[in-house]
Design a protein around this ligand. Structure first.
Ligand code: ZN
Length: 418
């Protein structure tokens, strides 16, 4: 088997982490014992793979048992984002905060931030959010300038850009669009501002072929700054970051041991999609071993054009729970949403997944009944997905109701009835 999971690369760190975890984590002590895992024997990926996967449910149900330090060592309490399900508590001690700073220092270095750069943070630093603070710590370690504007308030963002002349922004991509709107409405010469690049979080920017997706394209067309994609989560406490080649996100191999696994928990081949399973290295308060993120990512091998050899992954193409199997092909709602959003004359749509009488997945895309370019849309979809999905005309009124259900604060484009 091809071994991108060469544990020799950071063997010492991985072995150290496993030994630390076996000694200090009540959850893993019990789990290793139950499964007869002798951490001292883990010498190869073959041995490492015998350790069972840890799930989000484990972390939720046995939360306290993951804490591997004395309570008075804990400094910072945060929660996970809880996109699906309830947010889960997470904690960090001094060493974890130092590690988090190093993680962002390495990540920012990858996008070209230096000591002489100034970065404006348009994300929140509080609200039990780990990332905002991580950015601050990383920039501080790097010695760069920091402007903490926080989230929202486009007016304050532009006033700060004018006042402090930052060259980088950290932002959620759709917030960049809001900033552009505000600048246009208020006659701000945003195209000639000091900003030269944005480090983006929270939303995907690129297609699997590394081209910008519709959201990325929209920003870039209006405002020609360099866009860097990043991907991170509280549980991983590590960022995966794009280099200046913009060909997927690099793994920081001294801080995280990364696997991308298929349904049978075998490593996928480069170019394939699998679930991201991580073992953060050098963490102390809540060490996780083989934590299944539930995020499906495309796996790329090492050897990037930038010269780095660390493995690369895409930003998530979907959640594991949303996987659709259709005519021998596996796909995710986001792939279909990206293609449909790129089709400019299609103003509204919803995607419906259900089970047919054979208990296999079925898909349907509802489009407005006055939409005229059906053939061209079908062609566009088929060239992107390699399969045909039925399109069904629906009244715009019904589509609006489906897309904006009363009980949900977010638009609901994917309806899963399986
Ligand atoms: Zn690279």
């Amino acid at each position: 088997m091809t071994n991108f999971y060469d544990i020799n690369k950071n063997k010492e760190l991985l072995v150290q982490q496993l030994e630390y975890t076996a000694k200090n984590s009540p959850f893993y002590k019990a789990q290793f014992k139950k499964n007869n895992i002798d951490i001292g024997q883990v010498n190869s990926y073959r041995e490492f793979r015998k350790i069972p996967i840890t799930t989000k449910e484990d972390l939720q149900n046995y939360n306290e048992e993951f804490i591997a330090v004395k309570k008075d060592e804990i400094i910072d309490y945060v929660t996970t984002s809880g996109t699906l399900g309830n947010p889960v508590s997470f904690a960090l001690n001094d060493a974890d905060l130092e590690r988090l700073a190093e993680n962002e220092r390495l990540s920012f270095e990858m996008v070209g931030v230096t000591k002489s750069s100034v970065m404006q943070l348009t994300t929140t630093l509080d609200r039990r959010f780990m990332a905002g603070m991580a950015y601050f710590l990383g920039l501080r370690k790097l010695g760069a300038g920091i402007v903490r504007t926080g989230s929202g308030l486009p007016g304050l963002q532009w006033e700060s850009i004018e006042r402090f002349k930052p060259d980088f922004l950290i932002a959620v991509p759709s917030f960049l669009l809001k900033m552009i709107d505000f600048a246009i409405e208020n006659g701000i010469d945003y195209r000639n501002s000091s900003i030269k690049a944005a480090v983006c979080i929270g939303e995907p920017l690129r297609n699997p072929d590394f081209s910008l997706n519709s959201l990325g394209r929209k920003i870039k067309d209006l405002w020609d700054i360099e866009l860097f994609s990043t991907y991170a989560s509280t549980e991983m406490a590590t960022a995966f970051t794009e280099c200046n080649q913009h060909k997927a996100n690099h793994s920081l191999s001294s801080l995280i041991f990364t696997e991308v696994l298929d349904e049978n928990q075998n490593p996928v081949k480069p170019g394939e999609i699998g679930e991201l399973v991580v073992t953060p290295l050098q963490t102390q308060t809540m060490p996780l071993v083989r934590f299944a993120t539930g995020d499906m990512v495309k796996f790329y091998g090492g050897n990037c054009d930038c010269g780095r050899k660390s493995m690369r992954i895409s930003t998530p193409v979907g959640r594991k729970k949303q996987m659709i199997k259709l005519k021998g092909t596996t796909l995710y709602p986001q792939q279909i949403i990206n293609l449909l959003t790129a089709f400019e004359t299609l103003k509204i749509f919803v995607i419906v997944a259900s089970l047919n009488e054979n208990q296999t997945d079925e898909l349907l895309i509802r489009i407005p009944n006055d939409f005229v370019e059906i053939d061209r849309l079908q062609e566009h979809l088929q060239s992107g997905l390699k399969i045909k999905i039925p399109l069904e005309r629906t009244s715009v009124e019904k589509l609006e109701k489906l897309k904006f259900p009363k009980e949900s604060r977010k638009p609901k484009i994917f309806h899963d009835y399986r």
